[in-house]
Design a protein around this ligand. Sequence first.
Ligand code: ZN
Length: 87
Amino acid sequence: MLDYVDGSSLAGPMRELFAVDVTAVEGRCAACGLTGPIAALHVYGHDHGPGLVGRCPGCDEIVLRLVRTPTDAWLDVRGAVSLRFSL
Ligand SMILES: [Zn+2]
């Protein structure tokens, strides 16, 4: 069995990723494979409701969802195969 450490070991490496301008992060759509910056997504829900939906400009599938409440935020990126952060 492989040794592992708990998820708190990700704090340092993840802090570096989330300190960048996330709109410049390059995502790859899980549905069609199109790769491009988060800024190129078509975002809906900005004018109503607690959440935003980012859709792929190539195939219109949902790439990410962001829901914000007064105390929490949920980011769902299951529509992206990967996110590339330029460091
Ligand atoms: Zn797509």
